[in-house]
Write a protein that binds this ligand. Sequence first.
Ligand SMILES: [Zn+2]
Length: 150
Amino acid sequence: MNGHFSVNVYGLSGSLVEPIKVIKEEGTYHTDLLMLIDKDDPEQSHFIYIYDLDLFLKEENNKKYHCKRCLHGFTSQALLKDHLEICKEYPAQAIVFPDENSVNYKIGNNQILHPLFVVADFETWMKVWRYFSYSQFKNKKSRFQISINF
Ligand SMILES: [Zn+2]
């Protein structure tokens, strides 16, 4: 390969697209290909030309700009450009999130059922201070703030 031509190759893992070989710097004439492997008959495997990767990876009605290295979609080209500065430092990879059923809590016997759970954030508390004023010769009351930091 020379500097004018470059090829990225993507594959399928189940129904998910994953990068197989992604070049760091695209040439003047760049092509994205999807490699389909027939496990029963590898000689029947072939490549499919991807005309527009953003359109190929589109899942919703909104236009997204996809990173060719991790296939993450961004809502603007500026966000994609910022992402590429970081992503190009790492090998090409597919980001796969676990499905909802795969995350669970297994130590149920250590759980305690609470009927009520309160979270409070106190930043200050008003303290009432009672004192005797000798100059006025009477009991007085004043308030001041106490800072509460955890
Ligand atoms: Zn990326």
